[in-house]
Ligand binder design. Structure first.
Ligand code: GBH
Length: 472
């Protein structure tokens, strides 16, 4: 059966990198150990009303203390790659100065543990845990934060640059800027249109300075450099939709791919934001700094939104948080966009399941930018429960993953160059403003005992990796 299936089924090339992803604040815990300074999420999560139930990452999955067991778990699933992020405040408690040896030691153990198990390390420098001390000086609205990021990147290149296979500067700068400084639903919880756009630019600058600092300090020869974006994918509902989608694409996507991959901010983006800013915070030479050659583009994808232009009558719909994106996050000409509820089916986040859009997105990105794509995140939250026998029968997650792996396979069939897939997430974890109420893991975490249990989806994924084909 299995040979027959391989012959006729959806197989992946031997170079395709199957792995799974996590992020430091979401799993590590040990928030004030070994010299780690506070991050903006330690602060934000303590702000009344900011996070469901006031959950914090103080303990999270306690990964910091369970590293060896978690490495064994990855190996038992047959992961070929593991995408993790480095907590900047473990390396520099206040975002400046020398690297903290204890912080570096943890990531050394992680990288060595991966290599000893034949798992490729994919390291992200910034997955949202900015040192609070830098936020106190303006955070991403301040140019200096980008310069500090360059220094931090240099430290990490020196520490891990002989072993890390793939470097990613930023995870989803759209979220940092628009959810952190626009909608205010992520740390630092600011709601200010100009701050959002300043953050966009300083994140881009940080990316460029980070790539250059890594290149100057990394020694592994076959290393690859990347950034991870979360492309905003909108479907239209009427004949005003094309214009709505263009505005979303300018502010949500080309605001990052423009400078990073083409060395410019698109003219329509500048026009769409002219009422807020003349972008004078973009200094001469910045675009050259940002526009660095990359080897891979990281793509995170979950769902789509439904949009049209607002006709100005009545209240603008913004379907917050229900698979339609946050109307409140978008500045400039995008303030005239209505975000309508999407069609189901939905995951436990209320996000719609739309694998066809994923396929088209990958084909489009690949032909537009000509860079190999790595799926750095894709996955789904469902309210799984362990059965009497302890088994977690998460058929809905398997279904989601099967549909999205199939979409990737189809996109490859249409010519998209896709080099790997990192399932979000290895284990249930701290889902930001939703605290521990949403479960994205292929491994269940019992938050009372911190015990890990591979769900059915983990076994399904292990089979996929073994057979290099989507299980029938
Ligand atoms: C990723 O973000 C993160 O990188 C990861 O840390 C996280 O755990 C994972 O996904 C699951 O959330 O704007 O709320 O109206 C994904 C971020 C998903 C942002 C969908 C915007 C639109 C819904 N995004 N989203 S909302």
């Amino acid at each position: 059966m299995s040979d027959d299936y391989r012959q006729h089924g959806l197989t992946f090339p031997s170079s395709f990198l199957f792995g799974s992803a996590t992020a430091s604040y979401q799993i590590e815990g040990a928030a004030s150990e070994d010299g780690r300074g506070p991050s903006i999420w330690d602060t934000f999560s303590r702000k009344p009303g900011a996070v469901l139930h006031g959950h914090t990452g103080d303990v999270a999955c306690d990964h910091y203390h369970r590293l060896d067991d978690d490495l064994d778990l990855m190996q038992s699933l047959g992961l070929e790659a593991y995408r993790f992020s480095i907590a900047w405040p473990r390396i520099q408690a206040d975002g400046t100065g020398p690297a903290n040896p204890k912080g570096v030691a943890f990531y050394n153990r992680l990288v060595d543990g991966l290599l000893a198990r034949g798992i490729k390390p994919i390291a992200t420098l910034y997955h949202w845990d900015l040192p609070q001390a830098l936020e106190d000086q303006g955070g991403w609205t301040a140019r200096d934060t980008a310069l500090r990021f360059g220094d931090y990147a240099h430290h990490m290149g020196e520490a891990l640059g002989d072993r890390v296979a793939v470097w990613t500067t930023l995870n989803e700068p759209w979220c940092s800027a628009y959810l952190g400084y626009g909608a205010g639903v992520h740390a630092p919880g600011v709601t200010d249109r100009l701050a959002t756009l300043r953050a966009v630019h300083h994140l881009n600058l940080a990316h460029g300075l980070g790539i250059q600092a890594l290149r100057a300090s990394v020694t592994r020869p076959d290393v690859q450099y990347s950034a991870t974006l979360n492309p905003q994918v909108a479907r239209g509902v009427d004949d005003t939709a094309d214009e709505a989608i263009r505005r979303i694409d300018a502010l949500g996507n080309r605001a990052f791919t423009g400078p990073m991959l083409r060395g410019e901010y698109p003219a329509d983006l500048l026009a769409d934001t002219a009422a807020i800013t003349d972008w004078s915070f973009v200094l001469p030479g910045d675009l050259e700094q940002i526009h660095q050659p990359l080897d891979v583009l990281g793509v995170n994808y979950y769902s789509t939104m439904r949009v049209r232009l607002w006709d100005g009558v009545g209240e603008r719909q913004s379907a917050d948080g229900h698979g339609a994106s946050r109307g409140t996050a978008w500045p400039g000409a995008a303030e005239e966009i209505e975000f309508l509820p999407t069609d189901g089916p939905y995951t436990d986040m209320g996000w719609n399941i739309d694998p066809a859009a994923f396929e088209d997105l990958l084909v489009g990105l690949s032909s537009e930018y000509g860079l190999p794509l790595m799926i750095t995140e894709n996955g789904a939250a469902f309210p799984d429960e362990a059965d009497e026998d302890g088994r977690v029968r998460d058929a809905d997650r398997i279904d989601y993953l099967r549909q999205h792996f199939t979409a990737v396979h189809r996109a490859m069939g249409r010519g998209a160059d896709i080099v790997g897939y990192q399932v979000w997430s290895l284990m249930d974890n701290y889902e930001w403003a939703y605290g521990y109420t949403k479960r994205f893991g292929i491994v269940r975490v019992n938050y009372e005992t911190l015990e890990r249990t591979p769900k059915d989806s983990a076994h399904w994924y292990a089979q996929l990796i073994r057979e290099r084909a989507i299980p029938a």
